[in-house]
Design a binder for this molecule. Structure first.
Ligand code: 13P
Length: 288
């Protein structure tokens, strides 16, 4: 099945009280592991591409070519969206041209008026082309691609203003951060999330920083309207751990263990296991 936008899968998730995982991709192994797991579990999935990862993979056109090729060659039949993660205004335009089916425009660092103006323009383009679009209000803490956010909770009124522009999904800062959570993390602000959902109604809400959020908080967030959860670091950690183990056990020195197809296999399997665990937790298994 060709790429789809994320609208239908997220509306179904919101109505069905589960969430669709966005798993960020970094290379071929990542993409293949995520797609195969989604297919095996009959789950919809969103492949996230940050601007940094897009550059690393030789640009958005390369990413689109790789993903479209895999959908066909692997016989993927579950709904798959290819989504720009934390895009700039220019980055979003490039992805739209390159053939992504969904983009995030992260205007959260602009004053709200400018965020509204730029989001509005991109909403019009995406609507015309049948793409889905995610916007952000309030920053997500932590570091991503060298950008450090303070993690400020979103203002529910501002969320409503952005939601009313006709975006497909809305990311709101609720105390979540990218990467590992610090020991003294205060947890998610469910009061903020509740207030946002009350004002934005049916709008699917997005929870960034899915790595390391305890299962009970994930479930509560879903019950308060979160329908898309982004996971990146956890797959990276799982890949790194499995690869380190392979090397530490000296397997690369045995026979043809140095062959990348062997060397990267434990990491790829570890990504599959992580994605499976998340899809089960998010409730998207069997929802394709
Ligand atoms: P983590 O790296 O913390 O899982 O966050 C991913 C994310 O939110 C991508 O936008």
């Amino acid at each position: 099945m060709p790429l789809v936008n994320a609208k239908e899968m997220l509306e179904k998730a919101k109505a069905g009280h589960y969430a669709v995982g966005q798993f960020n991709i970094n290379n071929l192994e990542w993409t293949k592991s995520i797609l195969l797991t989604a297919q095996e579990l009959n789950s919809p999935v969103i492949l996230g591409v940050s601007e940094g990862a897009g550059k690393y993979m030789c640009g958005y056109k390369t990413v689109v070519g790789m993903v479209n090729g895999m959908l066909e060659e692997l016989g993927i039949t579950v709904p798959v969206a290819l989504h720009l993660d934390h895009g700039s205004y220019e980055g979003a335009k490039k992805c739209i041209e390159a053939g992504f089916s969904s983009v995030m425009f992260d205007g959260s660092h602009y004053p709200i008026e400018e965020n509204i103006e730029k989001t509005k323009e991109l909403v019009a383009t995406c609507n015309e082309l049948g793409l889905s679009i995610e916007a952000e209000v309030g920053s997500i803490g932590g570091e991503e691609d060298g950008v450090v956010g303070a993690g400020e909770c979103a203002d529910p009124q501002e969320c409503k203003m952005i939601a009313d522009l006709g975006v497909t999904m809305l990311a709101a800062g609720i105390g979540n951060i990218h990467g590992k959570y610090p020991e003294n993390w205060q947890g998610l602000s469910f009061d903020t999330l509740d207030a946002i959902q009350q004002l934005t109604g049916e709008m699917p809400l997005v929870l960034h920083g899915g790595t390391g959020i305890p299962a009970d908080m994930i479930k509560k967030a879903i019950s308060l309207g979160v329908s898309k959860i982004n996971v990146n670091t956890e797959c990276q950690l799982a890949f790194a751990d499995a690869t380190r183990k392979y090397i530490e056990e000296g397997k690369d020195l045995q026979g043809k263990g140095f062959d990348p197809r062997k060397l990267l296999a434990p990491g790829a399997e570890a990504i599959k296991a992580t994605v499976k665990e998340k899809m089960e937790l998010f409730g998207s298994v069997g929802k394709a």
